[in-house]
Design a binder for this molecule. Structure first.
Ligand SMILES: Nc1ncnc2c1ncn2[C@@H]1O[C@H](COP(=O)(O)OP(=O)(O)OP(=O)(O)O)[C@@H](O)[C@H]1O
Ligand SMILES: [Mg+2]
Length: 268
């Protein structure tokens, strides 16, 4: 493994809240996907690992079949298959768009390389992934249903993947794209007084946690609260982490280029 390369690694999450219309089941936001592929291509950072969320693909199906609590009865089996299938459909749109913009993107299916234990990543076959980014490919993972050593199966959020990949691959930084400007003092969609936090430490985050909410739309992995929970260990690990609005043109581009950008920087 080429250590120098890994130390330069960027892990970018494209929120399901941006690449899909979270209000309408199974509806991609093709314009956003296309624009983001252009921004990623223009920024031209390497190595890069991409992770995308479920948005209106994964979340509603997983909820319909009650997959969050793991395997309870055989009626969920088809639910697992369908949840995975809709995620691969969304993934194909992203990978296709990246390839159209000359990015050598390759799908990596979490359900085929990760096993969780009570919902937490227990093992991951990451050798193909390491090889990919060493060779200049851009692996594209996503929130997925995976097999779980205790509960039969589990939902693995894109957020947990981002944090775990960044730590295991010794990434330099994490860029998280969502549909709001960053972390606020309350949910900006429901609280008109919520203020954007431009910079926060882990200590300050602890005090703010009671104010962070999930998501007003279906999000089986805890919305913004779940995201912060997942990002904390990576920040603790010393990885530069920024949350930006990927629904606004050029924010992801600027974050990838390391330019000054509206968003929330989380630091140890
Ligand atoms: N304190 C907060 N600051 C910012 N956003 C918040 C806060 N509390 C709740 N939210 C909500 O969290 C949402 C983002 O999380 P959500 O899980 O819906 O998106 P996502 O992670 O991009 O989607 P996916 O899980 O499909 O990838 C925002 O749309 C916002 O309404
Ligand atoms: Mg989410």
């Amino acid at each position: 493994m080429v250590r120098g390369l890994s130390a330069q690694l960027t892990v970018l999450k494209l929120g399901g809240s941006v690449i899909t219309d979270k209000e309408k089941p199974l509806t991609p936001n093709l314009a956003a996907i296309e624009r983001l592929a252009k921004e990623i291509s223009r920024a031209n950072v390497s190595p890069l690992v991409l992770v995308h969320g479920g948005g209106s693909f994964g979340h509603p199906v997983a909820e319909q079949y009650g997959l969050s609590e793991g395997y309870k009865d055989s009626s969920q089996i088809m639910g697992f298959s369908i949840t995975h299938q809709v995620m691969t459909k969304l993934n194909k749109l992203i990978v296709g768009s990246l390839i159209n913009h000359n990015i050598p993107a390759v799908e990596v299916q979490p359900s085929s390389c990760v096993v969780t234990k009570a919902g937490r990543i227990q093992s991951m076959e990451d050798r193909p992934l390491r090889k990919m980014f060493e060779m200049g490919f851009v692996p594209v993972l996503y929130g997925d249903v995976v097999f779980d050593s205790e509960n039969g199966f589990a939902i693995l959020s894109g957020d947990q993947l981002v944090s775990s990949l960044a730590m295991n691959l010794d990434a330099r930084r994490i860029v998280v794209g969502v549909d709001v400007n960053g972390l606020y003092t309350g949910d900006p969609k429901t609280d008109s007084l919520a203020r954007l936090i431009r910079h926060i430490t882990l200590e300050e985050l602890k005090n703010l946690e009671p104010l962070i909410e999930g998501s007003k739309v279906t999000d089986v992995t805890g919305g913004m609260l779940g995201k912060m929970f997942e990002l904390k260990p990576a920040v603790e690990h010393g990885i530069q982490t920024i949350i930006v609005n990927a629904a606004e043109p050029n924010r992801v581009y600027k974050a990838l280029k390391g330019e000054k950008v509206v968003g929330t920087v989380i630091e140890r």
